[in-house]
Design a protein around this ligand. Structure first.
Ligand SMILES: Nc1nc2c(c(=O)[nH]1)N[C@H]1C(S)=C(S)[C@@H](COP(=O)(O)O)O[C@H]1N2
Ligand SMILES: [Mo]
Length: 326
């Protein structure tokens, strides 16, 4: 008799089952901590956490609310809309985007807004280092003083097939590149999120969340460092104070709450690609013809309306980026 001996990690089914079990266990731990008033979100946001009715718009707004900007910067929002970019679809409701997020540092569920409410340890500085002429640390003031904010209407497509159309406020990543001057040896850019205190001992995933682009992708006109959404500074669940937005790629590339940008000569390890390379590739360009191993990517559905559209190659941004992959 022949036995085919396969290790657990060769078995996609059991692997996924294991991940789901793991995920649920983690959510339960958080739910338990919150119910005891011990979790990060516990005390500050008790009504929402314990209630089972749908939160009001005001409760969702309050949950994501960050400290107001110093008065000197308040006039920066809303920034002037860049007319070059249009959704080609209806804009997603602010609430619909705010109540359905991915931010694995807080929860593997979509109701991230519930978890961020009492959390106040978001990054205060952005370090830019590695292979560049002028490495330095920026705080939010520096970024707002050095770069010109604009508003861009972008489509966003999560690898899980949900999509949204939202106005980001930010500045082109290429403006930051001009400021710090990558050296000729810099071929890739690594992005890093803050280390969330709850994930320190959490060894399933490789924290902190990291992402990466080629230097040409980072220098593309579309790549945006966002400090706002819907005409206001980013609420917590959308990645305060500054996050990446790369709209031709699956959403997981658009890393939130940046602490570090590093220029390197080799392709960096990234969070989802490390967790499961078969399911999440480094390049992650939106492509209707390459199914995810567990679902089709042919169509997508909009947050809020659930309206379905056919997925577009490069999420419809081929005129800007197709040349990068010719
Ligand atoms: N730090 C961090 N950034 C992240 C994620 C995350 O879990 N952690 N999720 C990504 C995924 S999968 C998506 S789809 C988008 C969602 O952004 P939004 O919640 O602002 O819509 O954030 C991306 N950035
Ligand atoms: Mo995503």
């Amino acid at each position: 008799m022949n036995y085919i001996i396969r290790r657990p990690w060769d078995l996609p089914e059991s692997r996924h089952t294991a991940i789901e079990v793991y995920r649920n266990r983690r959510s339960h731990r958080r739910e338990f901590l919150k119910s005891m008033g011990l979790g990060a979100a516990g005390a500050a946001f008790a009504p929402l956490v314990t209630g089972c009715s749908s939160p009001t718009d005001e409760e969702i707004e309050a949950a994501g609310q960050v400290e107001p900007l110093p008065t000197a910067y308040q006039s920066l929002y809303p920034a002037e809309r860049n007319p070059e970019f249009e959704y080609g679809r209806d804009e997603t409701a602010k609430r619909a985007a705010a109540e359905y997020s991915n931010f694995y540092e807080f929860t593997t569920g979509k109701d991230v807004y519930r978890y961020v409410a009492g959390f106040n340890k978001f990054p205060e500085t952005l370090t830019v280092d590695g292979l560049c002429e002028k490495p330095r640390e920026f705080d939010l003031d520096d970024l707002l003083q050095l770069f010109t904010l604009e508003e861009r209407a972008y489509r966003h497509r999560c690898v899980e097939t949900w999509a949204m159309c939202v106005p980001w406020t930010g500045f082109p990543l290429r403006d930051l590149l001009k400021e710090v001057q990558p050296k000729p040896g810099a071929k890739f850019v690594e992005f890093q999120t803050f280390q969330h205190p709850d994930t320190v001992g959490d060894s399933y995933y490789d924290w902190p969340y990291t992402e990466g682009l080629t230097i040409a992708e980072a220098d593309n006109e579309l790549s945006l460092l966002a400090t706002g959404i819907f005409g206001e500074p980013l609420p917590k669940q959308h990645g305060t104070p500054v996050r990446l937005v790369v709209p031709w790629k699956y959403g997981y590339k658009s890393i939130k709450s940046l602490t570090r940008i590093t220029f390197t000569d080799r392709q960096p390890a990234t969070f989802w690609n490390t967790a499961d390379p078969r399911e999440y590739d480094f390049q992650a360009n939106v492509n209707p013809d390459i199914p995810h191993p567990r679902w089709s990517q042919a169509t997508e559905w909009m947050l809020g309306t659930r309206e379905r559209f056919e997925t577009q190659i490069y999420n419809g941004y081929g005129e800007y980026v197709a040349g990068l992959y010719a």
